[in-house]
Design a protein around this ligand. Structure first.
Ligand code: 5GP
Length: 116
C-alpha cells in the first residue's frame, strides 16, 4: 500500500524531535500526542517503521500484539480505569496523517460513537 518512508515518528524514535515519552522498550515507544483530542491522548508506535496497519505482515504478529499490550499498560499507568479507546487510523479514508503505524489511546472523558 505505502512505501516505507521517513516520517516525523522516525525522528522522534531517534530523539531528534522532543516528545513527552511515557513508555519505551526495544519494540515500542509511547508518547503524548502534540494535539490531544482528550484529556489523555497517547500514541503507541513500533520502532519498526511499518507505514500502516494494511502494510503489516504475518512476521509482524509479535510486534502487533506487543503494541496492544503496551496500549493496555500505558492506559493503566495513565489512570484510565473507567475505560478508554484505542484507534488505528489507516490510510487516507481512515484519516491517517503520519505514515508510521500508531495506536491512539484516548481517555479521560466520555467518548462519543460513531466517530466522524
Ligand atoms: P493520524 O492522524 O496519522 O492517525 O495521527 C497522527 C498523530 O500524530 C496526530 O494525532 C498528531 O497530533 C500526532 N503528531 C504529529 N506530529 C507530532 C509530533 O511531532 N509530536 C507529537 N507528540 N505528536 C505528533
Amino acid at each position: 500500500m505505502s512505501e516505507t518512508t521517513e516520517t516525523i515518528f522516525s525522528k522522534i524514535i531517534r530523539r531528534e524531535i522532543p516528545v513527552d515519552i511515557v513508555y519505551e522498550d526495544d519494540l515500542a515507544l509511547a508518547f503524548k500526542d502534540i494535539h490531544p483530542q482528550a484529556p489523555v491522548h497517547i500514541l503507541v508506535i513500533p520502532k519498526k517503521p511499518i507505514p500502516t496497519l494494511a502494510d503489516a505482515e504475518s512476521q509482524d504478529h509479535a510486534v502487533l500484539g506487543h503494541l496492544l499490550l503496551t496500549a493496555k499498560r500505558v492506559a493503566k499507568e495513565a489512570g484510565l480505569e473507567n475505560g478508554y479507546r484505542v484507534v488505528i487510523n489507516t490510510g487516507d479514508d481512515g484519516g491517517q496523517t503520519v505514515y508510521h503505524l500508531h495506536l491512539h489511546i484516548l481517555g479521560g472523558r466520555q467518548l462519543s460513537w460513531p466517530p466522524g
